[in-house]
Design a protein around this ligand. Structure first.
Ligand SMILES: O=C(O)CCC(=O)C(=O)O
Ligand SMILES: [Fe+2]
Length: 317
């Protein structure tokens, strides 16, 4: 018998260093790790201790209370953008899955809109905690994107990009499947945003596919870990340099506990265009300018669902 091969793992990148600021040597070396991981895997594990463990715990407790609310209350979380409001408990959605979304997250206005829709008499505790929490996660996204812009020599346009970003803060619950029930929580897909930064409770289930078709189960190496995952918008913007990995959530085995996860998803509010610096002879232009939310809408159409690669079908050259 040969040696047991160890399971594949995501690259782990440390974002908890004291002086991780532009211009420092730790920033430069982290930039390299980030670009390498995004080009090769499209994702990595970020160890990010700027979110205190106590805050993770507090927010995940609030999440349990949120999901314990009656279905008709949770359905008050609505949005005209697909996947931005309550999803679940429909014949066409996976039976173990529920998701809710705060639009225009990491802002007081967006967080209040969500809170007031669910609790018309207000819920200051939820609102304050969700705002604080989503802002800290958004800061991780901003750091990653700044590193991407810097690595590709377009750091001067990062600020404009940042101003065009809006965050969706999604909160997911995957209940334990019943005997013989389908255990798929989220079917295989790529994200349509720039970056998703996700954190989970102690129950695993997120699986990401490598370019050569192997599956990596995300098993965080620290309680401060996030998965940072590139979406189709980032793949297009980078002119195909960055990979947007296929992934899914499956509640495998005899799970004893529900899985909760949260994630910040960054979307561009305007038209996404490949920077001219990223087009050259080796990298001819691969994508036409497109609207991020229209890409997401296209994905939900019958035609979009039938495509093997939504992004290429929608705006590929
Ligand atoms: O729950 C997770 O960890 C990931 C969910 C996911 O892939 C998504 O919402 O796009
Ligand atoms: Fe996803």
């Amino acid at each position: 018998m040969g040696p047991l091969s160890s399971p594949l793992r995501l690259p782990v990148i440390d974002f908890s260093k004291e002086n991780l600021r532009p211009g420092t040597s730790s920033w430069a070396s982290t930039c390299k790790e980030v670009i390498q991981a995004l080009e090769e895997y499209g994702c990595f594990e970020a160890v990010y201790d700027k979110v205190p463990l106590e805050l993770h715990k507090t927010f995940f407790n609030l999440l349990e209370e949120l999901y314990d609310l009656p279905l008709e209350i949770k359905r008050k979380n609505v949005s005209d953008i697909p996947y931005h409001g309550y999803v679940g408990n429909q014949p066409f959605t996976p039976s173990v899955y529920q998701g809710m979304g705060i639009n225009n997250a990491a802002t007081l206005e967006g967080t209040q809109d969500f809170t007031n829709a669910i609790w018309p008499n207000g819920n200051d505790d939820f609102c304050k905690t969700a705002l604080h929490y989503s802002k800290l996660i958004a800061e991780l996204e901003q750091m990653v994107m700044k590193m991407v812009f810097e690595s590709y020599g377009v750091v001067q346009s990062h600020e404009d990009h940042q101003e065009s970003i809006t965050y969706l803060f999604r909160m997911m619950k995957y209940r334990v499947p019943e005997k013989d029930e389908d255990d798929v929580g989220v079917p295989i897909h790529t994200d349509k945003c720039f970056i998703a930064a996700l954190h989970q409770n102690e129950v695993s289930g997120l699986e990401l596919r490598t370019k050569d078709g192997q599956w990596i189960v995300f098993e965080p190496s620290s309680p401060s870990s996030f998965v940072v995952n590139a979406g189709d918008a980032l793949m297009a913007w980078s002119n195909d340099r960055i990979h947007a990995p296929l992934h899914r959530v499956v509640m495998r085995g005899s799970k004893a506990k529900a899985r909760y996860s949260v994630g910040i998803f960054s979307f561009h509010k305007g038209i996404i265009q490949v920077p001219e610096e990223l087009v050259d002879e080796q990298h001819p232009l691969r994508f036409k300018p497109f609207n991020n939310f229209d890409l997401l809408r296209y994905y939900t159409t019958k035609e979009g669902q039938a495509q093997e690669n939504t992004l290429k079908a929608y705006c590929g050259i």
